[in-house]
Every structure is written in structure tokens, then in C-alpha cells.
Design a protein around this ligand. Sequence first.
Ligand SMILES: [Zn+2]
Length: 144
Amino acid sequence: MRTQRQVVDYSLQRRSVLRDVRNGQISALEVCDASPYLKNAATFHGEPTDERCPICRVDNLTLVHYVYGDELKNSAGQAHKAAELPVLAMTLRECQVFVVEVCRSCSWNHLIERYVLGRDALGEDESPMQWKTGSVSQAGEARR
Ligand SMILES: [Zn+2]
């Protein structure tokens, strides 16, 4: 997506949690604690993937996109289908997207990525001055 920025990748943390589970330092019960809300979000708004759950290997992982931002008012923090994200990106000036992977069988869940979406990123084309004084933080490793 063109307005995606400030991407923070959590795959290192995920890998270290999975390693601890395999070593027996963390019990699978501790990490397989998806709430009923998260599992519902996965069922109704989730994006299926081809990746097997690293814990139970029974089900494929589902990605849930949670969107936060002042402009969303009451709907801030709700899960959105991936197909809705480009629309939000063009309607809102700025919002935070948190991508969580969930296994609907064993309740494994982990934050995998967060990033900022929104029209503010398009300021670059329209008004270079505004872009320079805009909110470009170096919060994360920018990729894509
Ligand atoms: Zn699982």
C-alpha cells in the first residue's frame, strides 16, 4: 500500500517466544491465550494464510488487522478485513494498524507487525514543506 510507513516487524520476538516454547521455558498454555474476541475477529474479519500454526500444526494461521486512530472515534481498535485497509488509508489522515496472527485451533496468537497508514504520507507529492515538518518518526525499520 502506498501510504504504508513506519513499519515495525515483530518476527524476532515471535521467533524467540517459539524457541522458548520448544525449550520448555514457556508453556504452550501461556502463549495460546487468544481471547474469545480475538478468535471471533479471526473468524469474521481475519485473513486466512497458508502458514501452519507453529504450535499445534493443526490449523493454518489467520491474520487479524486491528486499526487504531483518533479519527476512527468509536470504531478505534476494531478489527478490519485486509480489503478494507486501502479504503481506510485513503479516507483517514493517519491510523495505526496492528497485525496479529491467530490459530483458531489452539489459540496461539502473536503480534507480527504494526505500521501507520493514511493520507498524510501523500503530502510528499502535494506539499514538500509540509512533508518535512510532518510526523516522520524513525520508530521502526522501514521496508516496502
Ligand atoms: Zn495452533
